[in-house]
Design a protein around this ligand. Structure first.
Ligand code: IMP
Ligand code: MG
Length: 175
């Protein structure tokens, strides 16, 4: 059976919510500078849009952590495929992620980054699937809580496809 995409969250709703998150973060960090850390590849669309909505000074870095193969379930194995370019010591870090699912990836990543002595570290995710949580991860800023369905778009992929969709959709017709 071939895959089809059902729209779960429209482009307009995603844009509106990112604007709200940007405003909230700007208020929370008033007078301070934020160091955004994008978790590649999925977080990149969200981080770019979010960064544009933040009114306090922002710097950015990128990290690539993998826990998924080309399938739709977590292997639980986390590896750093690309580390940060700069030190985070003394910086107000916000990790920007596409989705928190089992929590395995972020639990591991936050542990690694906390040991590098940032001034603060918060987590901002576009999507959260709380039903699927295995590891206890505190989400500070969340775009949308979604049910346990496999979603694509806005950076999220299925076998590297659909990242460029400007909305969040559910893949239907998977085996
Ligand atoms: P976790 O370690 O299980 O929390 O998985 C986090 C990562 O799995 C995310 O950063 C995504 O890359 C991927 N992932 C989890 N759920 C989905 C989904 O519904 N669609 C696409 N990727 C997903
Ligand atoms: Mg991700």
């Amino acid at each position: 059976m071939s895959e089809t995409i059902r729209v779960l969250i429209s482009e307009e709703k995603v844009d509106e919510r990112i604007r709200e998150l940007g405003n909230q973060i700007s208020r929370d960090y008033e007078g301070r500078q934020i160091h955004l850390i994008c978790v590649l590849k999925g977080g990149v669309f969200f981080m770019c849009e979010l960064a544009k909505r933040i009114s306090v000074p922002v710097s950015m870095d990128f990290m690539c952590v993998g826990s998924y193969g080309d399938g739709t379930s977590s292997s639980g194995v986390v590896r750093i495929a690309k580390d940060l370019d700069e030190s985070i010591e003394g910086k107000e870090v916000i990790i920007v992620e596409d989705i928190i699912d089992s929590g395995n990836t972020l639990y591991y990543l936050m542990d690694v980054l906390n040991k590098r002595n940032p001034a603060g570290m918060k987590l901002c995710t576009l999507l959260d699937k709380p039903e699927r949580r295995v590891k206890d991860v505190k989400v500070d800023y969340c775009g949308f809580e979604i049910p346990d369905e496999f979603v694509v778009g806005y950076g999220l992929d299925y076998a590297q496809k659909y990242r460029n969709l400007p909305y969040i959709g559910v893949v239907e017709g998977l085996d």
